[in-house]
Design a binder for this molecule. Structure first.
Ligand SMILES: [Zn+2]
Ligand SMILES: [Zn+2]
Length: 831
């Protein structure tokens, strides 16, 4: 493509790097705390330093950058920081596979990625840069952990955990996808281990309630958060276990189906199972054999992948209202750690129970009438809806909603039940048996148990030169690290060897950017308050559950502690950008379809890359990277250069405060196109829609108009054209920052265009090319059509006929008479 470019082209190779160096030297993008302008915080999700970036990554940074630049031009004091989420498994895996020190691997990746992010012409305030693997950062991770520990929100307990056999580590529920490790894809196993948890469940109701206040978030993400928290209201009550002097507690949201319970399903790990086995020796062997089949199986395998199976225990429970005897089974699909570990099974009105009952020959008892189905025909599928109760004693005939209240109240009155709220959300498991993470600042003393490392001894430094083999916990084997003394008694003690889930670091980094050098606290409240909240957060939807929920939890905790002011949510608006595909597929090394940043910058230039990424589609949509697409933006920049550069010397004398006087249509069109582009850029910014693809389409129109007019003799001194040349760098500045500054300098300015303001839209400049044509049918106004002046009668007629309100009033009748007044009126008479 490059060979075909005409002689007078924009030489991006000469200019792009030079401008990047100058911006950095002059601190053009520094955000100062004491700036009197209104603040605005633009943030892209903290990237993991994984290695080389490709144009798919660039879309995210370019969108955030264009928006931050635009907000700066709108007069805001914009903070736009960047850093690295630098702990985590890939560095450790590189150590295992290739013997590279994780610290060395991580820092060389950070250096390369930072170089590439700068190469994209991004305007970050690098003075705020952080990397979460630095002791100056993770020290405050440890400090926050200790506050959570003091407040009872960090605790250790034995628990069945998701275990990745390949990565040899525990995974949070959020990190298990379809039963597999989110990172390596191995089938996840279950193990019992003593683990550190954060009590996010204590915030479940608040995390749920304030989703309603996040009006600037995509509805899809809000729904995912709601579902993850999974609140349900119901009744927790107990069945008597016959002859065992025990009660079995269950939770249900469908207490209206109580009379339809035909068996009780227990988790294989339920404490009652051992007692039943003792009381029913004839069943013991079967129970133990069954329990062995579910041991070490992950939750997803048990609930979704395995066939539902179970075994009768020999014991019975008693329905508290009907007094029926109900067989007790153990099953693979009920999990001990969810709810009470026991379920009342109602096959007629629950699909899973129905499937199980049919497979095991258990009775199915209909207790809710199904609309349109006679109640005496056998049940052929579970009916899960509400309806009138039947075969339910005194409650028969009551509808489900009233029955839930009445039966629930009855169980409460009997002293065996209570109204409860249940959440799907579990506490956040943060322990990792890995090396490359923040050490958990706890010492285990034989006398004093879990003892906090005193604040003055933070950070607990992650030791260097620890052998990493890929098996078990490297820190646990490091005697020099593990062997310590108890801070309370001075006696010999053992240091905690687990490190933290990296989502801990990314739950609060946006606050550290605001006070990155603070050595006395994670941040200063006043400094943070001056910038919070994050006004616009930009990142991929893949973090919709994990990262956003954890960050919201931390922020609520910080708010309760008084460490932040304002409201207890950190992110006002959230934008999920779409992916960049190549040949219809996501870019990946294995597919060989990766388009790299370095090659693109070298071949086509950074400005062209940015323009293509912003112009191809609305930013939330998936786009396809094509050779024609990038070549089109290279040509666009050449056309800009040819239209503007030769006139730059003269253009500066034109005033920017108001549009010039215009004499002819071509001049009017040039000025209209300038203001149409200004308006689009301002609108997309103000509405926070960020559809800069439309603004860039307006810029195409402007360059067309300038090129066309520029061919006319004498146009080189025309005020309208020179005005457009003068405004052009400002219009380009957010999107193609290098050519913008180069043209601005050629206009004679010393100061960077990136310190300038966006030009306010002049409605009169826009109006010159728009007229409203009134359409009448039989003397009545049926439409008003906005169009360019001089639109022909034929075109106006076809546009009028396309208007529903016009066509419905013609309704197939013949047009007898037509009156057309150009730019004003189209009158139709029909009969
Ligand atoms: Zn794994
Ligand atoms: Zn002690």
């Amino acid at each position: 493509m490059l060979e075909e470019r005409p002689a007078q082209t924009y030489d991006f190779r000469t200019f792009e790097r030079a401008w990047q160096e100058r911006w950095e030297r002059e601190g053009v993008y520094r955000a100062l705390d004491d700036d009197p302008r209104e603040k605005y915080y633009v943030l892209e999700m903290l990237p993991y330093p994984s290695g080389d970036l490709h144009v798919g990554h660039a879309k995210n940074y370019t969108l955030g950058d264009a928006y931050a630049r635009m907000m700066r031009m709108q007069g805001y004091n914009v903070v736009h920081p960047m850093g690295f989420d630098a702990f985590g498994l890939p560095a450790e895996n590189a150590a295992i596979e290739r013997g590279i020190d994780p610290n060395v691997w991580t820092h060389s990746n950070i250096a390369n990625m930072e170089r590439q992010i700068r190469l994209m012409g991004t305007g970050y305030d690098w003075s705020r840069e952080l990397a979460t693997c630095e002791p100056s950062y993770y020290r405050w991770n440890q400090w926050i952990f200790l506050r959570l520990f003091e407040d009872g929100l960090a605790y250790k307990r034995e628990a069945p955990v998701n275990w990745c056999p390949k990565d040899q580590t525990v995974l949070a529920n959020e990190q298990v996808e379809d039963g597999r490790c989110w990172r390596c894809g191995s089938l996840v196993e279950r193990r019992n281990l003593s683990q550190w948890f954060l009590k996010i469940t204590a915030f479940a109701d608040r995390l749920l309630a304030s989703i309603e206040t996040l009006g600037g978030w995509p509805e899809k993400i809000r729904t995912m958060q709601r579902n993850w928290i999974g609140r349900s209201e119901g009744v927790t009550f107990s069945f008597e276990a016959e002859g065992l002097d025990e009660r079995i507690s269950v939770f249900t949201t469908r207490i209206d189906t109580l009379f339809g319970v035909t068996y009780i399903a227990l988790a294989a790990e339920h404490p009652l199972v051992a007692k039943i086995a003792a009381a029913h020796p004839e069943c013991r062997a079967a129970l133990e054999a069954f329990a062995a089949t579910v041991r070490n199986k992950s939750e997803l395998e048990r609930t979704s992948l395995m066939a539902k199976s179970g075994v009768f225990t020999g014991a019975y429970a008693v329905n508290p209202l009907s007094n029926e005897r109900i067989p007790i089974w153990i099953t693979n699909y009920v999990l001990a750690e969810y709810g009470t570990g026991a379920v009342m099974a109602v096959p007629a009105h629950d699909e899973r129970d129905y499937e199980f009952a049919r497979a095991h020959g258990l009775p199915v008892a209909r207790v809710i009438e199904e609309p349109g189905t006679p109640s005496d025909v056998p049940v052929e599928a579970a009916y899960v809806g509400d309806g009138a109760l039947m075969a339910s004693g005194a409650f028969s005939g009551t509808n489900s909603e009233r029955a839930r209240k009445a039966i629930g109240d009855r169980l409460v009155a009997l002293g065996i039940g209570e109204w409860t709220v249940n959440y799907k959300l579990r506490d956040w498991l943060i322990s990792r048996q890995r090396y490359w993470g923040t050490p958990i600042p706890i010492v285990h003393c034989p006398q004093h148990g879990e003892v906090a490392v005193p604040d003055a001894q933070l950070p607990v430094i992650l030791p260097a030169d620890v052998p990493i083999t890929g098996e078990g916990s490297p820190l646990a084997r490091d005697a020099a690290f593990v062997n310590t003394t108890c801070p309370k008694c001075g006696g010999p003690a053992r240091r905690e060897s687990d490190t933290m889930d990296t989502f801990f670091e990314s739950s609060w980094y946006y606050l550290r950017y605001l006070d990155v050098d603070n050595g006395r606290a994670p941040w200063d409240r006043a400094r943070a308050n001056a910038w919070m909240n994050v006004d616009q957060y930009i990142g991929g939807a893949e973090h919709a559950v994990l990262h956003l929920l954890y960050a919201r939890f931390f922020y609520k905790y910080f708010h309760d502690k008084g460490w932040v002011g304002g409201r207890d949510e950190p992110f006002e608006r959230l934008f999920n950008q779409g992916m960049v595909l190549r040949n219809g597929e996501k870019m990946s090394k294995s597919r060989g379809n990766v388009v790299g940043i370095d090659e693109t910058a070298d071949k086509h230039g950074v400005d062209a890359m940015r323009l293509f990424l912003l112009k191809a589609t609305p930013p939330e949509d998936t786009m396809e990277w094509t050779d024609e697409g990038i070549a089109g933006r290279v040509r666009f920049l050449d056309r800009v250069w040819r239209a503007c550069e030769p006139l730059a010397g003269r253009a500066r004398i034109t005033a920017l405060t108001h549009p010039p006087e215009m004499r002819g249509d071509e001049q009017r069109e040039v000025v209209r196109a300038v203001h149409a582009a200004l308006k689009s850029g301002a609108d997309e910014t103000q509405t926070r829609r960020l559809h800069y693809n439309t603004t860039l389409a307006r810029l195409d129109e402007l360059v067309n108009a300038m090129t066309k007019f520029g061919q006319r003799a004498g146009s080189e001194s025309d005020p309208a054209l020179l005005y457009a040349v003068h405004v052009m760098p400002l219009l380009l500045a957010p999107f193609a920052p290098h050519i913008a500054d180069e043209l601005w300098a050629r206009l004679g300015y010393d100061r960077s265009v990136h310190s300038e303001r966006w030009i306010p839209v002049d409605p009169s400049a826009l109006a010159v090319s728009e007229v409203t044509v009134v359409v009448q049918v039989n003397g009545k106004i049926r439409a008003r059509l906005v169009t360019a002046p001089g639109t022909s009668e034929d075109e106006m007629l076809s546009r009028a006929l396309a208007e529903p309100n016009v066509s419905s009033n013609i309704a197939g009748k013949e047009i007898r008479k037509r009156v057309f007044v150009p730019d004003k009126l189209l009158s139709l008479v029909v009969a």
